[in-house]
Design a protein around this ligand. Sequence first.
Ligand SMILES: C[S@@+](CC[C@H](N)C(=O)[O-])C[C@H]1O[C@@H](n2cnc3c(N)ncnc32)[C@H](O)[C@@H]1O
Length: 392
Amino acid sequence: MSDTLSPLMSADLAPIFWPPSRTGVVSAWYGHVPFSHWLVANVRPKVLVELGTHNGVSYCSFCEAVARMRLPTACYAVDTWQGDEHAGFYGEEVYNDLARFNSARYASFSELLRSTFDEALPYFADNSIDLLHIDGLHTYESVKHDFESWLPKLSNRAVLLLHDTNGRERNFGAWRLFLELKQRYPAFEFLHSYGLGVVAVGANAPDAVSALCSLDESSINAVRERFAMIGECWARESTPTSDPGRIDEHTQSIKALEEEIGSLRAELANLSGLDGALTNERVRADNLEAQLSSIKAQVGSLNSELVQLSSSLDSRLAGLLSKPGNWARYDNAYHEWKKYRKKHVERREALEKIAQMYNVRAFFLLYPLYKIINPVRKLIKSLSGKDRHPQG
Ligand SMILES: C[S@@+](CC[C@H](N)C(=O)[O-])C[C@H]1O[C@@H](n2cnc3c(N)ncnc32)[C@H](O)[C@@H]1O
């Protein structure tokens, strides 16, 4: 192989090209994964501790390098897995998901310690940690407290990573601590993905880290630029959606749609009830109509009976009037007519009652009867006046 191409084949570069193992979860750390792989491969820490793990993107990048390099490293992630003011507060699913991922891939050398950073301190011996990553709450007071309380735990070859050294929002203060640490220890800073400070805290820091911290200006820019380029690719590739605001937007519209479906369902249930009531009313109306038809039929037969009666009376009266001497028979015919009329008046009243019951106007039912009865009455009246017969 020619000397020109051998740098491309260098095994030292391999960790930079390993893809992130933990993807598809929210994190601001994807951009630093290539450097993290490279750093672990070069530091070869005996004990590695992370303060602030959340979904585990940074922590799993350390573990992935340990696994691929088959390093004898013990890894610990410390977090309450409840969230904080800067990362936001989250539910149990975050810890459960990471715990599953961790035990499936890194169980032989990695432990998740669910506690506050301060509570975890007694579980680590002084001068024991070779690589410490601080990524908890980002106020100046918090990062300073985390650094000072864990400093005694760092070994004489320890390297410190400090995330968000380039964050200048929401009271972030890691940049301020990093400025102070730069005065005391050799350091290097990446500016992409919110910034990552690398501090050679141990007096005997690994050579690769010491070299990184003593680069000249132009080399610093070249290293920053290269890691930023490859890191940003992974950030784009691995983040579930590059715009968390859009997740919120989608969540909101899903919620609104669910609410709308809920109210439509309630409306539908209401309409089904109304539909049932309407069917009952229709059945009742059909019954009433059938009863009304039967009343009308009764009225019809009563009418025809009355018509027959009137014509027979007419002919009987005409016969009687043609024989004026037969007054007794005339009287009998008159009384017979009165009897019939009484009977029909009773039947009419009964029908009126039925009509009232079914809320039907009596007038429409009884008008045909009236039209027949009235001329007969008039005839009887005129006969009574002519023959000086008393009114019935
Ligand atoms: C910025 S997130 C960590 C991001 C993570 N390193 C990544 O790769 O995306 C900060 C985490 O620190 C945790 N945290 C903050 N202060 C803590 C404390 N005092 N003790 C334990 N956990 C803490 C929060 O629960 C949160 O999960």
